[in-house]
Design a protein around this ligand. Structure first.
Ligand SMILES: NC(=O)c1ccc[n+]([C@@H]2O[C@H](COP(=O)([O-])OP(=O)(O)OC[C@H]3O[C@@H](n4cnc5c(N)ncnc54)[C@H](O)[C@@H]3O)[C@@H](O)[C@H]2O)c1
Ligand SMILES: O=C(O)C(=O)C[C@]1(C(=O)O)C=C[C@@H](O)C=C1
Length: 296
């Protein structure tokens, strides 16, 4: 019997029991031998809510008891909270505890883990579930959030193979498809396909909301606006942290996008309908092909 067929984790400690941490908890609770889930948070009312919703079994405010016999620690807070959490748990970390995170940026998190954990960096496996929503908090958690979704892990040379295997298995138990890449490659990809779109949505909504006729604009805005801007309803702290953490890659994506807008502006100014049509047709095919590939 492979080692992971025995109960892999008996006790899991989740820092940040919101949409992402809470969804992991709900998914694991469906396992035949569900682990005990301990929640650690910043606000006691949010932890109470997580407890009442059945996401966690125990609310813990004392880090030494939270970490006692913990098999796995999952950090699912906004990414800028990561170094302080790692620093705080380090004194209570034993050599068999595996650590992971769910942050949307990885170079910063891997750097924090390397600095804060010292030799125990080998026990840390960076992770990012490519699934989520514009909703946040424990009430947004969903047991099936990760089913069929990608999770990226960012192991480094020092990462212990057993830690990587356990975190891989954790996400597979949540129904996810796990792959690995470097933290740097990860941050470039997600600057383009996640972080940039969020900034654009925030910028558009903010621009319209500040106008004198915002009430009229919002009154008549419909599904096109809804689809483009859904993600502008996302959590501001989370997105501030992501934007700052992935600033270099994001600035580059913004520059490329500004260039694309400049080119589109000049086609409009020149009334170049053929070129506009060609550009829209190319983008439309690319978008429809992508959408089709996601439902296969
Ligand atoms: N929302 C998404 O779509 C999505 C998708 C993938 C990854 N992520 C990443 O997952 C992480 C969590 O995002 P979320 O959407 O679950 O946010 P959320 O706001 O729903 O949950 C975060 C929780 O962390 C708690 N928290 C904040 N600081 C803390 C601290 N120092 N100690 C303990 N708890 C703390 C908050 O009170 C909150 O309950 C972020 O790093 C985000 O980048 C989010
Ligand atoms: O569906 C959403 O609302 C999301 O924003 C999810 C989304 C994304 O696809 O960009 C956002 C951030 C994450 O790090 C991963 C997934």
């Amino acid at each position: 019997m492979p080692w992971y067929n025995s109960i892999m984790f008996k006790k899991i400690v989740i820092f940040g029991v919101g949409l992402i941490g809470g969804s992991v908890a709900l998914a694991l609770k469906k396992l035949p031998q569900a682990p005990q889930i301990v929640g650690v948070g910043r606000h006691s009312n949010s932890l109470q809510e997580a407890y009442q919703l059945g996401l966690i079994d125990v609310i813990e405010t004392d880090l030494s008891s939270a970490m006692q016999a913990a098999d796995l620690v999952i950090i699912a807070t906004p990414v800028a909270q990561t170094p302080a959490i790692l620093r705080a748990i380090r004194p209570f970390l034993n050599d068999s505890t595996v650590l992971t995170d769910a942050g949307s940026t990885k170079s910063d998190v891997m750097g924090y883990a390397r600095t804060e954990l010292g030799p125990q960096f080998s026990q840390f496996v960076g992770g990012h579930p490519i699934a989520g929503a514009e909703k946040s908090g424990p009430s947004a958690a969903m047991a099936d959030l990760y089913v069929g979704k990608n999770v990226i892990l960012t192991p480094e040379n020092e990462t212990a193979p057993e830690a990587l295997a356990k975190v891989t298995r954790l996400w597979q138990d949540c129904g996810a498809i796990v792959s690995s890449m470097t933290a740097e490659a990860h941050d470039h990809v997600f600057a383009a396909v996640s972080h940039l779109p969020h900034l654009l949505a925030f910028a558009l909504v903010e621009d319209l909301a500040k106008r004198d006729n915002a009430d009229i604009l919002f009154k008549f805005a419909a599904s096109g606006f809804r689809d483009f801007t859904r993600i502008a309803g996302s959590h501001p702290e989370m997105w501030r942290d992501i934007a700052l953490a992935n600033k270099t890659a994001l600035l580059r994506e913004l520059q490329i996008y500004q260039q694309a807008l400049t080119e589109m502006t000049s086609l409009l100014v020149q009334n170049d309908g053929d070129a506009l049509h060609a550009l829209f047709a190319h983008a439309s095919h690319a978008r429809n092909d992508w959408a089709k590939s996601k439902i296969q």
